[in-house]
Write a protein that binds this ligand. Structure first.
Ligand code: AMP
Length: 287
């Protein structure tokens, strides 16, 4: 497994493998890896990528002032061991000073899908995400890039950017990997101690309630969203940020009777801001 430290190193690795005919997959992460991240590597392999690069970069431009950039968990040695075990060919670990040197002044701004939801709570967040992912794409020039559906709005932002800027990279979404009790895996779960960890289950529990209603035939968007919201509001250690139902592909608002809906939730539990989502679709022919 090769360690690549600069954009030039990343580019050279990619160029050499492309010359050799490899199909390149990229898995961008901020490190402190868990099974959710590793599942993305497996998805890249299943998509026929013979050479997979993972990146580890805690991207300062996607943290808003007062957020956890400084104390975001980091463990490079453990991450590298996990990636090696997963069969990754290269790890890209750029320094912040190489990604954003003095005089840096170029940003990528994605419109509609960046607004609302986490975009409202975290101004500038998706501009930072789109910018860093564009830089990773340009350095690694992969055929395929894999992102988790856990960060549903982020995936939509990246799909829009890749399409609008003609990156020619296949963007693949991968299902959310969960802890046994339903909590979506996240590096930020490391912040959850004691009762906060138990309380954090309210997000996935709320989404499960909505899914159970939907599976039982409920089709009113507001009723489904309210079921998820109620679970989170009932948890006294959680502070709800949003619970919303959106069109799965566009993230446009949704009302009335639905045969498909993505419900997205965000809440603060103790020191951790947590997000989760579920996509509900009626089986064809079943109303
Ligand atoms: P992060 O390191 O949190 O920036 O996440 C890096 C990538 O892993 C993103 O594409 C995330 O959506 C994805 N990811 C994070 N948590 C999970 C999870 N529980 N299941 C699947 N993918 C995830």
């Amino acid at each position: 497994m090769e360690l690549l430290r600069t954009p030039a190193d990343m580019r050279a690795w990619s160029d050499a493998l492309k010359m050799a005919g490899a199909r390149i997959g990229l898995v961008p992460t901020m490190g402190y890896l868990h099974e959710g991240h590793i599942s993305l590597v497996r998805v890249a392999a299943a998509r026929g990528c013979g050479a997979i690069a993972a990146s580890i970069f805690v991207n300062p431009t996607q943290f808003t002032p007062g957020e956890d950039y400084e104390k975001y968990p980091r463990d490079e040695a453990r991450d590298l061991a996990k990636l090696e075990g997963a069969g990754v060919s290269a790890v890209y670990l750029p320094a912040a000073s190489d990604m954003y040197p003095d005089g840096y002044q170029t940003y990528v701004e994605v419109g509609g899908v960046s607004q609302g939801l986490c975009g409202a709570a975290r101004p500038g967040h998706f501009r930072g995400v789109a910018t860093v992912v564009a830089k990773l794409f340009l350095a690694a020039r992969p055929h395929v890039a894999v992102f988790g559906e856990k960060d549903y709005q982020q995936l939509a932002v990246i799909r829009a950017m890749a399409r609008d800027l003609d990156f020619g990279i296949e963007i693949v979404g991968a299902p959310t990997v969960r802890e046994e009790d339903g909590l979506a895996m996240s590096s930020r779960n490391a912040y959850l101690k004691g009762e906060d960890r138990t309380a954090a289950r309210c997000l996935s529990r709320g989404l499960s309630r909505a899914k159970a209603l939907f599976d039982g035939g409920e089709r009113d968007a507001a009723t489904l969203v309210a079921a998820a919201r109620r679970e989170i509001e009932a948890e006294k250690r959680a502070v709800l940020d949003y619970a919303e139902g959106r069109v799965s592909e566009t993230l446009l608002p949704l009302k009335g009777r639905v045969d498909a809906i993505t419900i997205l939730v965000a809440a603060k539990v103790g020191p951790a801001r947590l997000i989760d989502n579920v996509t509900l679709t009626a089986e064809p022919g079943r109303r």
